[in-house]
Design a protein around this ligand. Structure first.
Ligand code: PLP
Length: 376
């Protein structure tokens, strides 16, 4: 047997990582501006997270959700307080897709409705309901096709209103900053009007913060720039700095009903230990503030580069659009400059570095990028 090929692969074998660097088998360091799809929040192999996980692994890595788990209670309390959702409840699972599936399920259970309003260009995952809510045709098999999902243009409030006022939707699901779709930011005004429209029509608002959340944009959640609150917030990626974990944060209006949700692995002891350590590090090292500061600097500097046609994003979630196809540029960044970046489509570099990314690293990236662009 061999691995089923999924993404197009960079021909580099990584052996270890630390902070904002990954190292290949020859110990060549690469500056990481991608964090393995925004997963590395507090820095690769952060010693406090590693220490906490090793201790937990030696003590108790897993038992099912049929026993009390004090770590889940501590994590829920801590995450609620730090994220500004102290009275919400927390359902833990293993991936961003699952977090969205469970939010959609609960919204449908609670409202008794079936239809979901989704945004053009959205990405919510690759499983059943998450795939149906994703605006990428090749991600949807016939088994994922459903007439319950309707797509409306992103950032267009009149289309949203028209839908919500003429049909009964259980939920609107939205990424406050679209990640896979190319780093497109929902305007604050759009999010505010969307929230009002949901309240007026009894529709649940699901904020998919899987990529944009966990401090990346300079607030705990990207939708908080608009001052709105959601009925569900879904998180994954950065929550445990690389240990597979996800969460659905649930409005206190929704009461748990036995049998509706469940999971084998979700919320296990090892994952909770990692997630608590991540929150400790974020707070102690003021990483949300750092993301805002370094992100603003990067965005401003990138805007001043001639070859760049547009810079989108907030904090350390940045899309840099070029007039030309970026395939060669990305290849040169990796192999000549030893810098990892991501992409969204053929023209946009996607930058999602760890939240501990420094000004000095930002300067290194900018000077490498400018050097490559000059040489074209
Ligand atoms: N939602 C968003 C906004 C994402 O960016 C992703 C993954 O990139 C997902 C959901 C799916 O997460 P996962 O791959 O962990 O299922």
């Amino acid at each position: 047997m061999k691995p089923f090929p999924i993404f197009e692969k960079i021909n580099i074998q990584l052996e270890r990582a630390a902070g904002c660097f990954v190292y290949d088998e020859k110990q060549q360091p690469y500056l990481d501006l991608y964090g393995g799809h925004a997963v590395i929040s507090v820095g690769h192999t952060h010693p406090k997270v590693v220490h906490r996980m090793v201790k937990q692994l030696q003590q108790l890595a897993f038992y099912s959700n049929t026993v009390q788990n004090e770590l889940q209670t501590s994590l829920a309390k801590r995450l609620g307080e730090m994220s500004g959702y102290p009275d919400y409840s927390l359902f833990l699972s293993n991936s961003g897709a699952e977090a969205n599936e469970n939010a959609l399920k609960l919204a449908s259970f609670f409202t008794g409705r079936k239809k979901v309003l989704c945004m053009s260009n959205a990405f919510h995952g690759r499983t059943s309901a998450a795939a149906a809510a994703t605006d990428i045709a090749c991600n949807r098999a016939p088994v994922n096709e459903s007439s319950h999902y309707f797509f409306t243009p992103f950032n267009d409030i009149s289309s949203v209103r028209k839908q919500l006022e003429t049909e009964s939707y259980c939920a609107v699901i939205i990424e406050p900053i679209q990640g896979v779709g190319g780093i497109h930011v929902a305007s604050d005004e759009f999010l505010r009007q969307l929230s009002v429209s949901c309240t007026q029509t009894g529709t649940m608002l699901i904020m998919d913060e899987v990529q944009s959340g966990y401090g990346r944009t300079g607030h705990f959640f990207a939708h908080q720039h608009a001052g709105v609150q959601a009925d569900f917030v879904t998180v994954a990626k950065g929550i445990a700095n690389g240990y597979p974990m996800a969460a659905t944060m649930i409005s206190p209006r929704i009461k748990a009903i036995s049998g509706q949700l469940g999971t084998t692995f979700g919320g296990n002891h090892l994952g909770c230990a990692a997630a608590i350590a991540v929150l400790d590090v974020m707070e102690n090292e003021k990483l949300i503030e750092n993301a805002a500061r370094v992100g603003t600097f990067l965005i401003d500097e990138l805007k001043s580069i001639d070859a760049v046609t547009e810079v989108r994003g907030r904090g350390l979630m940045i899309g840099v659009e070029f007039e030309d196809n970026i395939a060669t540029l990305r290849h040169q960044l990796i192999f000549d400059e030893k810098i990892f970046t991501g992409y969204a489509g053929a023209y946009t570099l996607r930058l999602l570095p760890p939240l501990c990314f420094t000004m000095e690293y930002a300067e290194i990236f900018l000077s490498s990028l400018k050097k490559l662009l000059r040489g074209k």
